[in-house]
Design a protein around this ligand. Structure first.
Ligand code: GLN
Length: 313
């Protein structure tokens, strides 16, 4: 409502500075060398309304790569390409409670089928399912879909981050080999699938882009600014459910209790979240907590949700 909007506008800069103090307790992701260079103390937020008005605060000019946030939208594209039945023959619907790059449970249930599409093994499987003739065409389709959702034809890869991860991503490589061995990758080779995966993780955005993408989810797949339906409602529903159960890695339960919003985080410190029917929200704070989520970003979102009564539960 208008009242909420005015209130957010008045408190946001101050609340952001309070949350920024948390950044000293976190650290930037180091396993992708290029990501370690991000400013530790940065924090930015952009909140976009269904009428296009927005509020922002902090380091909104900071550009960062989507990383795991991209998994929400590759899942949606794969669902649009193949339908539910085909997708859920290849990935499960359950949270793991393990780290996002864990291989522990790949041998547990139905051999080799990843537990869900947001752990790396699941997202790599989803990358293999994107329609397209080879990694180039698949990647081009993903980029073009993301551009449409963000309402920006300038969205592009950060090639330094792409190369940095491609050169050092041996754990993802081993996950992909495991999937290949279990016959989960269809006809694709490990390197072809990883090229698609590392590329979509390396698409560069701002908080405003994230907010715009979140807005489409907040309005069930229909862009409230243009009236265009970009995603079938059912697939938005599936994506938002995974965002609640798996979106914040193995801190998803805690975030569901403290904030109660569908959200997806990435190791670059980005968080995409939304308030259904109201706001798309993009946050970035590269210093991560022990669970791999933006430490200050989580702090700020929990406060906003509690004070404004945003929880969907
Ligand atoms: N590209 C990253 C990886 O595969 C994405 C992980 C993340 O953001 N949690 O490790």
């Amino acid at each position: 409502s208008a009242k909420n909007y005015e209130f957010i506008n008045s408190v946001l800069p101050q609340w952001l500075e309070t949350s920024r103090l948390q950044t000293v307790h976190g650290s930037t992701a180091a396993y992708i060398p290029e990501l370690a260079k991000a400013p530790q103390e940065a924090l930015g937020i952009h909140i976009m309304c269904g009428n296009g008005e927005h509020v922002s605060a902090g380091d909104c000019g900071h550009v960062f790569t989507l990383q795991s946030i991209s998994k929400v939208f590759t899942l949606i594209l794969a669902l649009m390409d193949h339908g539910e039945e085909a997708i859920f023959a290849k990935v499960g619907m359950e949270p793991t409670g393990d780290d996002f790059n864990s291989m522990l449970k790949l041998e547990l249930v139905r051999p080799g089928i990843p537990f869900n599409p947001f752990i790396n093994a699941g997202a790599i499987t989803i990358s293999s399912l994107i329609v397209g003739d080879g990694p180039e065409e698949k990647s081009a389709r993903i980029l073009e879909f993301f551009r449409r959702l963000a309402g920006s034809d300038t969205l592009d890869y950060n090639m330094d981050v792409y190369h940095s991860e491609s050169e050092t991503g041996h754990r993802n490589r081993s996950l992909a080999y495991f999937l290949l061995d279990n016959g989960v990758l269809g006809g694709s080779s490990v390197e072809d699938v990883l090229e698609v995966y590392f590329r979509h993780c390396a698409i560069e955005v701002t908080c405003a882009d994230l907010a715009r993408m979140g807005l489409i989810l907040a309005f069930d797949g229909k862009d409230p600014l243009t009236g265009d339906t970009l995603i079938p409602r059912r697939y938005v529903q599936i994506a938002k459910t995974f965002m609640i159960t798996c979106g914040m890695y193995n801190a998803s339960g805690e975030f569901a209790i403290q904030a109660g919003l569908p959200a997806k985080s990435g190791v670059s410190g980005g968080i995409l979240t939304l308030v259904p029917g109201q706001y798309g929200i993009g946050v970035v704070g590269p210093a991560l907590n022990s669970k791999g989520n933006s430490i200050a970003g989580v702090h700020l979102l929990e406060r906003l949700s509690q004070e404004l009564d945003w929880s969907i539960f």
